[in-house]
Write a protein that binds this ligand. Structure first.
Ligand SMILES: [Zn+2]
Ligand SMILES: [Zn+2]
Length: 372
């Protein structure tokens, strides 16, 4: 099969910036050295551009998981130009197609099933889906956002301003224009490019699938460290409207922390979260599925499958009852009608649920042992 023609602008951009960062950055470092200011600017620019992609392009514009005030959207638009990953409008359009047709090699713009190189960077190097390139039907809502449209219109000028003029100006203030251009400009650009590209490549091949195996997306704490918290990609693909990716407090998700901080300052609102019950159910269903396939190899598989199903049903019903009661309690509390009895009832249901969860964990872990 003939490959579509190369997009020379993209090929040159990625090749020149990569080679430049690999050759000139260390060369200048040896010759001249970098000061603390350049390193601080490198880290600052990396977080500014990376978080503009994850909190802005991704969780705000592509998925609308929260609402942000115009100053925040303006900063994300500038940070997105700094990241040099096309306009928010274009990026979000691609990304919505990715979610809708994930792993479909004909439709998903960066389908992981096309291989690591393709999903990482290859998809941008050739005219793979040129017929769709200017089709912004799936981002009509974003076309009403004046900041998105302004950034889309002046993208090239903004990208040059943010990537060259701004670092050069800071370098001039610091007395070393080239040093700053290499660190806050070039090296930072290449590092952030590949770190964010990992969300499409690495986060679809390496890690666990606790919530769903209907697509290739994976959860991986190490990838989260490189991607501003986007490494919990299995969770994200099933609950894409959630403003969080790492849902536990200890999971590294600085994008979520930023959105929370903006919310506390009154700069973001309507943060969407998936009801805990749905998250637990998805996890439970995956555990059932995995254990069922293991049990299928046992000699007494019919009996074991039956027991497994019965325990699962019981846990599921305790889960539903507990969360329903919890919701009722919250409602009652809001109306200041919460009684001691109701609270005790909820506590009892919680204990019942937890006890059954323990049974379930014991049962599934028995079947997780290697079969002799
Ligand atoms: Zn997404
Ligand atoms: Zn994905």
């Amino acid at each position: 099969m003939n490959k579509p023609p190369l997009i020379w602008t993209n090929v040159s951009l990625f090749a020149i910036t990569f080679l430049g960062a690999a050759i000139f950055v260390p060369w200048y470092g040896i010759l001249q050295g970098y000061g603390l200011t350049e390193w601080v600017a490198f880290v600052g620019f990396a977080f500014a551009s990376g978080l503009s992609i994850t909190a802005g392009y991704h969780r705000l514009w592509s998925h609308k998981t929260y609402k942000a005030s115009s100053p925040v959207r303006f900063i994300f638009a500038l940070g997105g130009a700094l990241a040099l990953q096309n306009s928010a409008l274009h990026w979000s359009s691609d990304h919505r197609v990715h979610h809708k047709h994930v792993d479909n090699n004909d439709k998903d713009p960066y389908s992981a099933k096309m291989g690591f190189w393709y999903s990482h960077i290859g998809w941008m190097l050739r005219e793979y889906q040129s017929q769709r390139y200017h089709d912004y039907k799936n981002v009509r809502d974003l076309q009403n956002d004046k900041i998105v449209m302004w950034q889309h219109k002046y993208y090239l000028a903004l990208a040059l301003l943010m990537n060259i003029v701004l670092p050069a100006f800071l370098g001039w203030l610091n007395g070393d224009i080239l040093g700053m251009l290499l660190m806050a400009g070039l090296l930072r650009l290449v590092v952030v490019h590949h770190c964010t590209f990992f969300i499409n490549s690495l986060a679809h091949v390496w890690g666990s699938q606790p919530y769903t195996d209907k697509n290739t997306a994976r959860d991986n704490g190490i990838i989260a460290l490189l991607t501003y918290g986007e490494g919990y990609h299995n969770f994200h693909h099933i609950f894409e409207n959630d403003y969080r990716n790492g849902i536990r407090w200890w999971q590294y998700d600085p994008t979520k922390w930023l959105i929370n901080a903006l919310n506390w300052c009154g700069l973001a609102k309507d943060l969407r979260v998936t009801p805990q019950e749905r998250i637990e159910s998805a996890k439970l269903q995956m555990q059932l599925k995995r254990t069922q396939s293991r049990v299928a190899n046992l000699t007494n598989c019919d009996e074991a499958l039956e027991k497994l199903q019965a325990e699962y049903e019981l846990l599921k019903s305790h889960l539903t009852d507990y969360y329903k009661a919890k919701k009722e309690l919250l409602e009652a509390k809001r109306k200041q009608l919460a009684s001691k009895q109701l609270m005790l009832q909820v506590e009892e249901m919680k204990q019942r649920f937890l006890a059954q969860q323990k049974n379930w964990q014991m049962l599934t872990s028995t079947y997780a042992q290697p079969i002799k």
